[in-house]
Design a binder for this molecule. Sequence first.
Ligand SMILES: NC(=O)c1ccc[n+]([C@@H]2O[C@H](COP(=O)([O-])OP(=O)(O)OC[C@H]3O[C@@H](n4cnc5c(N)ncnc54)[C@H](O)[C@@H]3O)[C@@H](O)[C@H]2O)c1
Ligand SMILES: [Zn+2]
Length: 359
Amino acid sequence: MIPLLSKEANIYISEDLKEDIGKLISTFPKDKIFVLTDEGSHKHCLPKIFPVAGISEDNVLVIPQGDKNKNIETLQKVWHFLSHSGADRKSLLINLGGGMPCDLGGFAASTFKRGIQFINVPTTLLAQVDASIGGKTGVNFEGFKNEIGVFNQASAVLIDTSFFDTLDTPNIVSGYAEMIKHALIYSKEAWDKLTDFDIYSFEKEELKSLVANSIMIKNHFVQNDPTEQFLRKALNFGHTFGHAFESFAMHEGKPVLHGYAVAYGMICELYLSHLRLGFKMADVIEISNMLKRIFGIMPITSDDYEELLRLMTHDKKNEDNRINFTLLEDIGEMQVNINASESEVIAAFEFYRDLCENC
Ligand SMILES: NC(=O)c1ccc[n+]([C@@H]2O[C@H](COP(=O)([O-])OP(=O)(O)OC[C@H]3O[C@@H](n4cnc5c(N)ncnc54)[C@H](O)[C@@H]3O)[C@@H](O)[C@H]2O)c1
Ligand SMILES: [Zn+2]
């Protein structure tokens, strides 16, 4: 088990899952240990860590999979399970799975008996480079993403890219969107490394090294601004539009994976970056075409603008009813708290749709 970054960051790269999970939990003062996992991770990932000394199979809770289940009802099941299984304030919860169980489990742990410790063992690419790190926990509510939640850091995060062996291509590709985002907000050097990489055909070692890089970038923004007062807002690049696309697709009954929605959001926000901060149009076109090649395009019409705008206005990152964006002046040079007018937002939708028409 190798600490990635400083030991204080508590992010570890595992070389041998069974051994490392045992070593990690032995460092925690705890009485009972619980595991929260969803159906897919239970099937594919739990066998990779089980059996673990000190964890009884009776203390494993399997919740239904998918973001649609990241809700209050599932959260209640977790509280109920912990409460009826004798969990107390010294218990430890291990969240095993993608961003869904990590987000929900983190929130359940943060609120149960005013907070118990939790460890994330992320099993999707998206969860390893993003969701499991940085302490954002929560659930969706009344159709809005992550409406209810708290900031609370996991006590440790254990990373093992061998979990990807069973992960389907759409989920690999979805996680890659956050890696692209990290590179774009961080540096030209990080970006150049990704442009040589093909997410549809890669060597495992190559991905492993890029994952470590991506985690370091995420951690850089988190450690410098854990509760998102300023710098951490960089990580929202692509997400103001992206969350609207994601909610919109969910309401339409045609859900898209989070990373795909973020990729569509990045296309719109790159164009907005051009309008507001002079990001070079040639780069907007080149990166947008690359995103289109990887993620395809979710079709929208001009009739959808009103609903998308309504969803964007609700985004919790807004302040004083203005839509707030993180935009780029150049690759690696971002600015937070940039407002845009409704007509600029619509121009970004039009740019996105033009790209779609050339599909
Ligand atoms: N907290 C944050 O900072 C943050 C950041 C980004 C995204 N998120 C949240 O993360 C969630 C999305 O996470 P996700 O993309 O990991 O999706 P997910 O957790 O829903 O997992 C996707 C699917 O893959 C299955 N799965 C997980 N690991 C597997 C494996 N190794 N092999 C086979 N199947 C496996 C799961 O059962 C599930 O069906 C969203 O709810 C999003 O809002 C949170
Ligand atoms: Zn995201």
